[in-house]
Design a protein around this ligand. Structure first.
Ligand code: ADP
Ligand code: MG
Length: 250
């Protein structure tokens, strides 16, 4: 579902991603951990077209991200083709980014109606189902400021799912939450994983990574230092940098 080959990203003189190679299979849950500033968010943003890679190749669902290849040459995609690629990817951020002037249901219905031209009644029906799925059937008509952080983040997940993505990216989805609200969001993500959603999750929740992740990737300073079975990486890290990081967070 995702393949990165020698992906580099620089911002001016700042070299952030220094050759990322990894693959995410359909239905796989990959968790990414690593120190602040190691390039985790930048990598997710490259997958989701929020940043353009500086070198290497990146594919989502078999398609080159942002480019098409013809006779060995890369051509930038037109905006509408980029939009079509992005539609298949859902992203959930640390900050919930809901539209504050819209109810939970309106937030969920917005993109399918505006972007996919789904008829409003149908989108509302599907939106209500999704909010029920994330445990918010009784909160549909509340505005974001009437919801807890955990509830807002669950609306954000439902909103991403409304576009029927093939791939879901999560960038520290529970880092901004009060500790007692973390579990309800992780439960929703656990359910998604059980339903077979392909997920890439940047997280500090090592318990989640161990129980739900198929693969755990440790990134440091723009490279993948180590990756593998989460239990193995967490209990028997092979690299000194992984050991040093884990000794600080576990
Ligand atoms: P992480 O998510 O692992 O904490 P980030 O991907 O957010 O790391 O950032 C990695 C590095 O890239 C940081 O040093 C950050 O300052 C830099 N960076 C990220 N975005 C930009 C940008 N738009 N312009 C310049 N530098 C950036
Ligand atoms: Mg980050």
């Amino acid at each position: 579902m995702v393949k990165a080959e020698g992906v580099h990203k620089s911002f001016g003189h700042v070299h952030v991603l220094k050759g990322i190679d990894l693959e995410v299979a359909p239905r796989e849950v990959m968790c990414i951990i690593g120190p602040s500033g190691s390039g985790k968010s930048t990598f997710l943003r490259c997958i989701n077209h929020l940043e353009q890679i500086s070198a290497g190749r990146l594919w989502v669902d078999g398609h080159l991200v942002g480019y098409r290849e013809k006779n060995g040459k890369l051509h930038e995609l037109h905006d509408r083709d980029v939009a079509a690629q992005r539609r298949d990817i859902g992203m959930v951020f640390q900050r919930f980014n809901l539209f504050p002037h819209m109810t939970a249901l309106e937030n969920v219905v917005e993109a399918p109606v505006q972007v996919k031209r789904v008829p409003k009644a149908q989108a509302r029906e599907r939106g209500a189902e999704l909010l029920e799925r994330v445990g918010l059937a009784d909160r549909m008509h509340n505005y974001p400021n009437q919801l807890s952080g955990g509830q807002q983040q669950r609306v954000a997940i439902a909103r991403a799912l409304a576009m029927e993505p093939k791939l879901m990216l999560f960038d520290e989805p529970t880092s901004a939450l009060d500790p007692e609200l973390v579990g309800e969001v992780l439960d929703v993500m656990r359910g998604l994983a059980a339903d077979g959603m392909t997920m890439v999750v940047v997280t500090h929740e090592m318990g989640f990574a161990r129980e739900v992740g198929d693969t755990l990737v440790f990134m440091d300073d723009g490279v993948v230092v180590e990756s593998g079975d989460p239990r193995q990486v967490l209990t028997d890290p092979q690299h000194q940098r992984t050991q040093a990081f884990l000794s600080k967070v576990l």
